[in-house]
Design a protein around this ligand. Structure first.
Ligand code: FAD
Ligand code: SF4
Length: 514
């Protein structure tokens, strides 16, 4: 396929559909060719959930088929057909062998991959043309300008700037409904009665291609975490569109009020489950935003829910990406709180008596999914309170979620969840005790621990570690205007209790390190 081709367009596994569309339209089938490769390194540089591997491989193979049907020449390397480990090494071999004139690509969402490709192309004596990813609503240059003008580049300011720039949910220069956010209405728990009957998200049963990929993953990556038994993620733009429409119709109306709530054996609740399709670019975020806003305009979806959802895509998603590209490569080495504890082994099995953690880890291993608050306030919070080395936490998050791509995973983990960037992204550490988990879920009802207790046999490890965290980081936060109030509560704890908390926290740390 490559022989005689003058121009190569490299397309990566998270650049399918909408991302590559315009570049592909410009290809001349006589002289140009799309180049794609499945490589082991993308599944093994950190341990990778089997569903994550299957999602990427299946979506890539479906995309290749769509290109074939459209008459676009594709040079495609399937994992089982070659022994190269990295994308750089296989590209380098092809460039040496076939000597094309030009190589172009859309900027990779992972610096390591970008550098590998740049090196391969440079070794071949060629210049790599790198294009911006057109699916994002703000380009990295504009984000750099925005961030360079701010001392504290908070998401809320960015989000308002984006609303004004794009006009989403704006009228005559003002936010519709007279408010930028509806957070007050959007932080509910389900109460004693629970979420009631929830609309099940659509299931995309594996077709022939996906089944072959599942067999391949089981054969090639047998020891990797996670299960493929319930794999039913959308792997084509058509399936992703169905997933979007289903969310807009059935779950968006209740998305806002309950977006922070959790409930036993209900992994999805009213969440959209669109992150894998968005991150692989099977969906364009503009289409997702338009669909949500139209649901408010013409189908009566509540503004609170629509704004809450728009904020996630137009605000958080774009902001996080901007942080990644403006702060890497140094960002990954940050460890502002000096955390050095290893990641507990039970993060790979869910084998713990802390019910909330068991629920979330087991659900993650089974499905490759957890919603935002489960990631931030169950697994992330535990690591932060325990003091786990941020890089180890990063490796876990990159490994276990189907939607994990470094540009979105790294700032969320290091910045938002672990405060490792010293407050660039989050104005204060997201710390809470077991009481928060008790308020937002029914997990504690089934747990052997007592969320309100910090000491004693039944003390909730979150609550013990919470007070211990405040104590350990007193110097840093007790006088800071954003955190002083939270730290003030520490003063009410008497010296004996504090000693017991420290001793208990140390025991938890020791038991989590074996
Ligand atoms: P919904 O709750 O339905 O939200 C809608 C969409 O908004 C999501 O699909 C996503 O595209 C976007 N979104 C929401 N929150 C964020 C956010 N904080 N950052 C970026 N986009 C956001 N998201 C990933 O896509 N990949 C990751 O690897 C990832 N790692 C994370 C690690 C940690 C520690 C934390 C706290 C969050 C992480 N997130 C990640 C963000 C968020 O948790 C997921 O995007 C979301 O849970 C995906 O589920 P959903 O599609 O049902 O989202
Ligand atoms: Fe989690 Fe503590 Fe509640 Fe148990 S009591 S579920 S450990 S928060």
């Amino acid at each position: 396929m490559l022989a005689g081709r003058r121009n190569l367009l490299v397309i990566l596994g998270d650049q399918l559909g909408h991302c590559a569309g315009k570049r592909i339209d410009r290809l001349d089938p006589e002289t140009d060719c799309v180049w794609m490769a499945e490589v082991r390194e993308e599944s093994s540089h950190v341990w990778s959930h089997k569903s994550r591997i299957a999602l990427f491989l299946s979506a890539m193979r479906h995309f290749r088929l769509a290109l074939d049907s459209a008459g676009i020449p594709v040079c495609y390397h399937s994992l089982e057909m070659h022994s190269y480990t990295s994308i750089g090494s296989i590209l380098e071999a092809d460039l040496k062998r076939y000597c094309p004139h030009t190589v172009s690509m859309i900027r990779a969402g992972d610096l390591r991959v970008q550098q590998g490709i740049e090196q391969a192309v440079a070794k071949a004596g060629l210049v790599l043309e790198v294009h911006e990813d057109p699916t994002f609503l703000v380009d990295t240059e504009s984000f750099s300008d925005w961030i360079s003008q701010r001392k504290q580049p908070r998401m809320e300011h960015f989000y308002r700037w984006m609303r004004k720039r794009t006009g989403y949910l704006m009228q005559d220069g003002e936010p519709v409904g007279g408010q930028w956010n509806f957070d007050r209405s959007n932080r509910n728990s389900f109460g004693h009665e629970g979420p009631g009957l929830l609309p099940a998200p659509p299931s995309f049963q594996p077709d022939q291609i996906t089944r072959e990929v599942i067999d391949l993953v089981e054969k090639e990556f047998p020891d990797h975490p996670g299960s493929l038994a319930s794999f039913d993620w959308p792997v084509t733009p058509e399936d992703a569109q169905i997933a979007l429409e289903d969310f807009i119709q059935y779950r968006l109306p209740a998305f806002g009020p309950f977006q922070d709530a959790m409930w036993t054996d209900e992994p999805f609740l009213n969440h959209s489950l669109l992150s894998p399709a968005l991150n692989l670019k099977l969906l364009d975020p503009r289409d997702v935003l338009d669909a949500a806003v139209n649901a408010w305009r013409s189908r009566g979806a509540p503004l609170e829910s629509v704004e809450g959802f728009v904020r996630q895509i137009l605000g958080w998603r774009e902001y996080i990406r901007g942080i990644y590209f403006t702060q890497t490569p140094g960002y990954i080495r940050q460890n502002a709180l000096g955390a050095q504890q290893p990641l507990p082994d039970f993060f790979w099995t869910g084998d713990t008596d802390m019910y909330c953690l068991r629920q979330v880890i087991q659900q993650t291993l089974e499905t490759g999914y957890a919603h935002h608050i489960q990631r931030l306030m169950i697994t992330g919070l535990f690591c932060l309170l325990l003091g786990v080395r941020p890089r180890a936490v990063h490796a876990w998050y990159l490994a276990v979620y189907v939607d994990a791509v470094e540009w979105v995973e790294l700032p969320n983990t290091l910045g938002m969840s672990q405060y490792a960037d010293g407050g660039l992204l989050a104005s204060k550490p997201y710390v809470a005790s077991g009481r928060y988990i008790n308020r937002m879920s029914n997990y504690c009802k089934q747990c052997r621990y007592e969320p309100s207790q910090a000491t004693g046999e039944n003390a909730c490890p979150y609550t013990t570690l919470y007070w211990d965290f405040l104590d350990r980081h007193r110097e840093r936060f007790a006088r800071h205007p954003r955190t002083a109030l939270q730290w003030k509560h520490l003063e009410k704890i008497d010296a004996d209790t504090l000693r017991s908390i420290r001793a208990k926290a140390s025991m938890i740390r020791k038991s989590c390190a074996v």
